[in-house]
Design a protein around this ligand. Structure first.
Ligand SMILES: NC(=O)c1ccc[n+]([C@@H]2O[C@H](COP(=O)([O-])OP(=O)(O)OC[C@H]3O[C@@H](n4cnc5c(N)ncnc54)[C@H](O)[C@@H]3O)[C@@H](O)[C@H]2O)c1
Length: 261
């Protein structure tokens, strides 16, 4: 079956590294032209250069997803370069402070909510009018299995991930009539800078050291290996493709069996 992805245009936020970068590379491998929107100019440009030097097409646009003006300008630049936006991957996210809910700072709450939830709101708001005009598009929010279950000592992050998962229920209802699919993916732990911070800062709250916490999480996988960013990217590519045209409003677990519902 054809993916239908060749020649399409995508925006991937937070794609300078980690999960977002793996998604940008995987989409580019399918012939998708990619806008990398990230605050990290050095790594973002490197990721775009790698796609361009490998025969794909990508631009980097420095974008803080919490700033509506920057988001609007990024979407305009993506449109002016590629003429359309078929896919939006709302991936930019931070984990923030780790620890019991009542001890987390108010500034941390504001920052985690701003990047993980408001950023997803602003990028979707900026892209949806173009998708409506095109009569089609795919929006994919990167949630987390923590968004489904909550997570001790990671409550604010988990709540924002529940928000971006919940959003797909509302948006898929509003946008289905225009042929726009809205889904989320809910991955478990993958080795990235974000998870390094989690192992470093959450372990002590469970009376463990970082390596013991990493092992405890890894032991939860039902399959014989741990999850990689490429595993998550593969599912995102599928959801962005024609093969997932009749999937909408879903929160797809990518958890090696850690989370089943
Ligand atoms: N790594 C995991 O185990 C895991 C599991 C489930 C979900 N996720 C989700 O995947 C997404 C990516 O996580 P990751 O592990 O790759 O993290 P990461 O820290 O490796 O990368 C995050 C990227 O987001 C960018 N970013 C941060 N703030 C931004 C802002 N205001 N505007 C634009 N870009 C910004 C960073 O510069 C970076 O490139 C996040 O939404 C995270 O919640 C990760």
């Amino acid at each position: 079956m054809e993916t239908g992805l060749n020649g399409k245009a995508a925006i991937v936020t937070g794609a300078a590294m980690g999960v977002g970068r793996a998604i940008a590379y995987a989409l580019a491998d399918e012939g998708v032209r990619v806008t990398i929107a990230d605050i990290d100019e050095g790594e973002g440009r490197k990721a775009a250069d790698k796609i361009n030097s490998g025969g794909g097409e990508a631009i980097f646009v420095r974008t803080d997803v919490t700033q509506s003006g920057q988001v609007k300008s990024m979407v305009e630049q993506a449109l002016s370069r590629f003429g359309r936006i078929d896919i939006l991957v709302n991936n930019a996210g931070i984990v923030g402070q780790q620890g019991p809910w009542h001890l987390l700072d108010e500034e941390n709450f504001d920052q985690v909510v701003a990047i993980n939830f408001k950023g997803t709101y602003l990028c979707s708001k900026a892209v949806v009018p173009h998708m409506i005009e095109q009569r089609g598009g795919k929006i994919i929010n990167i949630s987390s299995c923590a968004g489904k279950t909550g997570e001790e000592n990671n409550g604010v992050y988990s709540a924002t991930k529940a928000a971006v998962w919940n959003m797909v229920h509302s948006l898929s209802g509003e946008l289905g009539q225009y042929g726009i699919n809205v889904n989320a993916v809910c991955p478990a732990a993958m080795d990235t800078a974000l998870m390094e911070k989690v192992y470093r800062e959450r372990a002590e709250h469970f009376g463990l050291n970082p390596d013991e916490l990493r092992k405890k999480i890894a032991d939860g996988f039902r399959l014989p290996r741990t999850l990689t960013v490429e595993d998550a990217a593969g599912v995102v590519v599928f959801l962005a493709s024609d093969m997932a045209d009749m999937m909408t409003g879903q929160g797809v677990n990518i958890t090696g069996g850690i989370e089943l519902h």
